[in-house]
Design a binder for this molecule. Sequence first.
Ligand SMILES: Nc1ncnc2c1ncn2[C@@H]1O[C@H](COP(=O)(O)OP(=O)(O)O)[C@@H](O)[C@H]1O
Ligand SMILES: C[C@@](O)(CCOP(=O)(O)O)CC(=O)O
Ligand SMILES: [Mg+2]
Length: 327
Amino acid sequence: MPTTSSAPGKVYLFGEHAVVYGEPAVPCAIERRASVTVRERDDDRLRVSADDLTLDGFTVEYGVDGGSPDVDVPTPLIEAAMGYVDASVAAARDAAGRPQAGFDVEIESDIPLGAGLGSSAAVVVAAVDAATRELGVELAPEEVAEYAYEVEYEVQEGEASRADTFCSAMGGAVRVEGDACETLDAPDLPFVVGYDGASHDTGALVAGVRALKDEYDFAEDTVEAIGDLVRQGEDALAEGDVAELGRLMDFNHGLLSALGVSARSLDEMVWAARDAGASGAKLTGAGGGGCIVALDAGDSTETALSLTPTCAEAFRASLAHEGVRAE
Ligand SMILES: Nc1ncnc2c1ncn2[C@@H]1O[C@H](COP(=O)(O)OP(=O)(O)O)[C@@H](O)[C@H]1O
Ligand SMILES: C[C@@](O)(CCOP(=O)(O)O)CC(=O)O
Ligand SMILES: [Mg+2]
């Protein structure tokens, strides 16, 4: 019997990048999900179909020992794309004590890829959950989060926080500071997302911030300032003070720009949202290209974004109260 799990993507209200260095962050799960279906095979091979990865999708098949994969698109693309799935399957084999287990894996997702909405975390969380359940092991969402974090940490070469994976596994708004992860009571915030259609490499962007921080004390101070801002933002969130949350999001975007992770397309969308009357707007996730998130209960930000030349897609995103779940 195949086993399917799904998990949500997220936006960062505050704190991306700084969270990698132990500052707090508050990501919020959104109703855009990745769904992973896993079926155990009677050999040790892994066959992955990911229809959303290229326009035509691809299928790849290989054994536990690697070997030469049987693929239908160029190999570098496969290697980049397969890292998370491969490591998720390894984590599930490990959790179930079944190092030789083989699987057919199918991935479907409505989370744009490499755009700051946590598609990697959602795919990893759903894959770990589905593959462990397929092997008869039921993990608590917190345990799925921990395995998924280890996967992101490994694939992003040691440059990952627990924020995306914990948020995707638990749903709702969460607070992550180092290895302390908790869920928060948060109101439904009026998120509007603008997507420039581009994708980024999270590992490379995190490495760029680390280099800046190692070179300049004031870059280190900027990371700490983001931490201060998040602490202030938590009070605003508890009070449901959307105006103050917006001001802090604007400030957070400025600090992320200073760390070199914004882009002209993101800045243009941020300004379009502000001009349209959003309470605040910032890039979300690793940056460089991808998505911005704004707060606006009305329609004007979504309309303004859809008319912005650098915006390929604008949509509302509601808080996903459910994290990883069996489908
Ligand atoms: N639908 C999908 N199918 C297969 N892999 C996916 C899918 N969505 C995301 N991934 C994996 O996640 C990677 C993108 O993750 P990342 O660069 O962290 O960006 P983000 O998490 O912001 O979307 C992709 O390169 C791919 O490996
Ligand atoms: C930049 C970072 O803080 C968030 C990355 O988010 P995303 O993969 O771009 O959705 C990295 C991390 O926390 O692991
Ligand atoms: Mg990611």
